[in-house]
Structures are given as structure tokens and as C-alpha cells.
Design a protein around this ligand. Structure first.
Ligand code: SAM
Ligand code: SF4
Length: 358
């Protein structure tokens, strides 16, 4: 990530001998996590790695990015320590993301630690599903409640082309079937719609919600430093997406599946699945934002985009208290993001969402 950052860091007493694994993370107060605009935050998205086994055209450059070094990554114990502090402040829901979270070794070990934290009621996973089939039962048994799977096409050759990895489609469809068989529900499908690559499949995705219990969410592509070719040239608005679907039948607005997200949902009568649109570009939903993000290297970000982040890793490793830093990060949570179509300026120096956990 480049560009200037508003960077907070620990100011508490140093204790270089502190063992992060033993940080207990007691809470100073029971005040709910409210930001400066009165929004209550009870949801944390945790990126466990910036690496990925795919190279989706709207996300990462083909050659990858400069990866974080191992020592820069929070250990599972350190992630759990942060969550423990925040759970004492009102945090309830977690999403594990990345990069691709399943490329980090023994993810179920982290899930088990997080599941044991009092106050945490929901743990979801965002994955490309390439490695899901082999791990899904252990992840479920460890405490994952549900999964979101990225799937940008129903046609295998297009999945392979968009993800720039031959054979990925086969693994992803196997992963999805395994998630269904393991009883993880609801299964949400994230589909980034791009003109000329998959926008002609919107009606096909709609149709599949009549057959499968999939909750398909069409996402407007967001601009970052490394994807301007796609985000500027292939952007399709949610309004246009919905127009395409309405042609194919009698959709009605519905409440949508359980979750924490900003999607607006529709369904065909009696269909097991639903359809939704996520509209970060055309209609921002920042006014009801309920989340913060923890990057793989321990930066707490109050907004996906922008320059504000707080280093929790240094104070955590020094044994300094985290709660004052978390409260201050919450206080300065921006009112909204400043993304603009065709420009990466509002992304705050991000090259790809994989760097912060999209
Ligand atoms: N690797 C996992 C996956 O693909 O689900 C988790 C990380 S990925 C960054 C999280 C979500 O961000 C995915 O649904 C992906 O489609 C979405 N995403 C990535 N870059 C995006 C962009 N520029 N605009 C919109 N969505 C994006
Ligand atoms: Fe990897 Fe997810 Fe980014 Fe695709 S969207 S490159 S799967 S992190």
C-alpha cells in the first residue's frame, strides 16, 4: 500500500517482555462501539493473509503484489487477542477474509480460538472456494457458520479466464457443492459484474436462484490502483444489472438471508435462493456502516478505503492497552468513502482490495 496514512499507534507503557499469546484483553468499559456519527459497530472483517491463489482481473495484477513477510502477519493468538478486546466493547460478528483465507495454514485453529471468545455470535468466511472442498467440514466443526463465495461466471472457461487460473472453475464448483453438503447456510455468491466479461450472465445467475439455495449478490466493481482498466472501462451499475434481471421474470423485493451486509435483495416466488445488488459506487450505504477491518499485518481500518488506519500490532507486541486505540479509531471513522468512478484517488493508495480484506 502506498500514499500517506493517518496512522495511530500505541502510546501506552511499554512492556517488551509481554507475550502476545497471554494478552487477556480486558475491557475498560461496557460502552458500545459507537462512532462519531452515531453508527454502532459490532462487525469486524479480519484479513488473515494478503496472498491469493487466484489473480482475479478486477482485484490483483497478474504478477501478484509484494507480499507481507511472515513476521509482519498477526499470529492467530494475536488476532484472537484483538477480538477479545473488541468483544468486550460490543463486537459480535466476524468475517474471515483475505487475500484468500484458505491459503493460510490451519485456519480452523484460528476459528476455534475465535469461537471460544465470549460475545462472538457469528463467524463467516469469504473465500474463492478453490480449497474449500477439503476443509469445509473441519471449518464448520471449528465454528464457521456460513460462507460467501466469489463466483463471477457460471461458465467454467470464463471463471478460469477472470481468475487467470486454469482449472479454478472445477475446484470452485466442487467447493460450493461441499459447502452445501456440509450444511453451511446461507451460501452467498459474490459476482463482480464487468461489461463484456460476464454482464450477459446476469439472467443466468438469476435463474439459478430458482434451483439452488444460493443468494447471489451482484457487486459494482470498485476502483483501486491496479484495476483501473477494468473498474473504469467495464463498470456496470446496479440499476443496469437489475434492469437486465427484471426482463427475465417477476422478481419481488425480499428481506434477504441473514448477514450483516449492505445488499438489497429480490427473489422469484417460491425460489430457494435470492438475488441482491451491492452498490458501493452508485448508491453508497455508508450511513448504515456497522463494520471495521483488521488487516493481516494488524492495522485497524475504520473504512475499507481512505487513509485512516491504526497500528494495533506494535502495541499488542509491546503489551500496551488496545482499547483506547480502538475507541480513537472508531471516533475518527469517516462518514463515507470518497471513491470516484474512473479514479483510484478515493481508494487511499490501495493497489487491491486483497491488501485490506475486501
Ligand atoms: N479471496 C476471497 C474472495 O475472493 O472471496 C476473499 C477476499 S476478496 C478481496 C473479497 C471480495 O472482494 C470478493 O467477493 C471479491 O469479488 C471482491 N472484490 C475484490 N476486488 C474488488 C473490486 N475492485 N471491486 C469490487 N469487488 C471486489
Ligand atoms: Fe484472490 Fe479474492 Fe482477489 Fe480473486 S478477489 S484475486 S480470489 S483475493
Amino acid at each position: 500500500m502506498s500514499g500517506p496514512l493517518v496512522q495511530l499507534s500505541g502510546t501506552g507503557a511499554r512492556n517488551p517482555t509481554a507475550n502476545p499469546a497471554r494478552i487477556e484483553g480486558g475491557s475498560m468499559s461496557n460502552a458500545p462501539m459507537q462512532d462519531g456519527f452515531g453508527r454502532t459497530v459490532e462487525y469486524l472483517r479480519i484479513s488473515v493473509t494478503d496472498k491469493c491463489n487466484l489473480r482475479c482481473v478486477y482485484c490483483m495484477p497478474e504478477e501478484g503484489l509484494p507480499w507481507l513477510k511472515r513476521a509482519q502477519l498477526l499470529s492467530y493468538e494475536e488476532i484472537a487477542a484483538v477480538v477479545r478486546v473488541m468483544a468486550g466493547m460490543g463486537l459480535r460478528k466476524l468475517r474471515i477474509t483475505g487475500g484468500e483465507p484458505l491459503v493460510r495454514r490451519d485456519l480452523p485453529a484460528l476459528i476455534r480460538q475465535l469461537r471460544a471468545i465470549p460475545g462472538i455470535t457469528d463467524i463467516a468466511l469469504s473465500t474463492n472456494a478453490v480449497l474449500l472442498a477439503d476443509q469445509v467440514e473441519e471449518l464448520r466443526d471449528a465454528g464457521v457458520n456460513r460462507v460467501n463465495v466469489s463466483l463471477d461466471s457460471l461458465r467454467p472457461e470464463r471463471v478460469d479466464a477472470i481468475s487467470r487460473r486454469a482449472g479454478s472453475a472445477e475446484a470452485i464448483f466442487r467447493g460450493l457443492a461441499a459447502a452445501e453438503a456440509a450444511g453451511l447456510a446461507p451460501i452467498k455468491i459474490n459476482c463482480v459484474v464487468m461489461r463484456g466479461r460476464n454482464d450477459d450472465e446476469v439472467a443466468d445467475f438469476a435463474r439459478i436462484t430458482r434451483e439452488r439455495p444460493w443468494h447471489v449478490r451482484f457487486i459494482e466493481v470498485m476502483p483501486t490502483g491496479d484495476n483501473l482498466g477494468v473498474s473504469a472501462g467495464e463498470y456496470v451499475s446496479a440499476d443496469e444489472i437489475l434492469q437486465n434481471i427484471e426482463i427475465s421474470g417477476d422478481l419481488v423485493p425480499v428481506a434477504g438471508p441473514a448477514g450483516n451486509g449492505p445488499a438489497v435483495y429480490y427473489a422469484f416466488p417460491d425460489a430457494p435462493g435470492t438475488l441482491g445488488v451491492i452498490t458501493p459506487m452508485s448508491h453508497t450505504y455508508c450511513g448504515s456502516c456497522n463494520r471495521m477491518r483488521l488487516t493481516a499485518d494488524g492495522q485497524l481500518r475504520p473504512c475499507l478505503f481512505g487513509h485512516v488506519q491504526t497500528d494495533l500490532r506494535t502495541p499488542l507486541r509491546q503489551g500496551s492497552p488496545l482499547e483506547p486505540l480502538i475507541r480513537e479509531t472508531l471516533r475518527i471513522k469517516p462518514e463515507r468513502h470518497w471513491l470516484e468512478q474512473g479514479s483510484s484517488t478515493g481508494s487511499g493508495g490501495l493497489r487491491a482490495l486483497s491488501q485490506v480484506g475486501g
